[in-house]
Design a protein around this ligand. Structure first.
Ligand code: PDD
Length: 291
């Protein structure tokens, strides 16, 4: 895999980059992360990602050692050091750092800040054209009194187990319920249905990651008079949905045409989904215009 990596300010290629086995990120998954993408080779919605990183970090009593400008500079330098052209995938990881094998935060005093840059894995155009199938998995999204889903945690075992079920079923994503049995989000993306022209997504207090793209869809919808709202969603809502889609930084909007055995709406990407996708792309390109 071609990647360029910045470990605490030192840039190397992906094969050379290394981190101590005593880093708490490795030992315990004790850290937080962001996945950022570029449009026009510039990080998109960088301020929002930093804001969420700091909020995630604060929830585990961790502070980012650099200010936003410092992190931005490191990202730009890491992108520039790589040979790849085109849009970049940027994974920003902040961990507790190296210390004793202990849960005591005081025994690791210097956080690690790692930036992994690689070519953005583009969503195949056919997925947007024909839509994808997702699995409704038995793995439940973390209870908010456990690792709160609002923490974009490096400890992703629960998400990985959910996605393993989807992979076994040969589907694109794993849709999870929360501990109350309501639909909540996917293993790496937020979930929406469309009913009667309105895009609906589970509320934050259902226990989910407040996706940057999810929030952006509210703004994009408002700009083109497509209503976007929060609503508690349950299994039964899949039967009455006209359309469904998922959102994430790297995937933008991907139409969902099947959840488990159930076909959504007409079984093809719907007009509201495609309109929101087109407007999201148009707005993103305009915001990251370089000239
Ligand atoms: N995943 N929900 C979960 C559990 C996620 O991991 C993600 C992002 C999202 C969407 O958030 P955003 O729109 O801010 O990307 C929702 C990223 C892309 C990842 O894990 O790499």
């Amino acid at each position: 895999m071609s990647a360029t990596v910045n470990v605490n300010g030192t840039i190397t290629d992906g094969a050379t980059a290394s981190i101590s086995v005593f880093d708490r990120g490795f030992l315990f998954g004790e850290g937080v992360y962001e996945t950022i993408r570029t449009y026009n080779r510039l990080p998109f919605l960088f301020d929002r990602h930093m804001d969420r990183l700091r909020r995630s970090a604060a929830r585990i009593d961790l502070a980012c050692p650099l200010d936003d400008a410092g992190v931005h500079t490191r990202i730009i330098e890491t992108i520039a050091a790589g040979a790849a052209e085109g849009e970049a995938y940027v994974r920003l990881l902040l961990t507790r750092g190296v210390g004793d094998i202990s849960y005591d935060p005081k025994t690791a005093t210097t956080p690690s800040l790692v930036i992994i840059v690689k070519p953005l894995p583009e969503v195949p155009a056919e997925f947007q054209a024909t839509g994808v199938a997702v699995s409704l998995v038995s793995v439940v999204r973390n209870h908010p009194d456990s690792v709160h889903p609002a923490i974009k945690s490096n400890n992703l075992l629960n998400n990985a187990l959910a996605m393993q079920q989807a992979l076994q079923e040969g589907t694109y994503e794993a849709l999870m319920r929360n501990y109350q049995g309501d639909l909540v989000e996917c293993s790496q993306s937020n979930f929406f249905i469309v009913r009667d022209g309105t895009a609906l997504t589970p509320p934050l207090d259902a226990g989910l990651l407040e996706g940057i793209t999810r929030n952006f869809v509210f703004e994009v919808g408002a700009a083109i008079d497509v209503p976007v709202a929060e609503a508690v969603l349950q299994d039964g809502d899949l039967a009455t949905a006209d359309e469904a889609f998922l959102t994430s930084t790297t995937r933008e909007i991907v139409p969902i045409v099947k959840v488990g055995a159930r076909t959504i709406g007409a079984g093809q990407p719907g007009p509201v989904t495609l309109t929101l996708l087109a407007e999201l792309r148009r707005t993103a390109a305009a915001l990251n215009r370089t000239t």
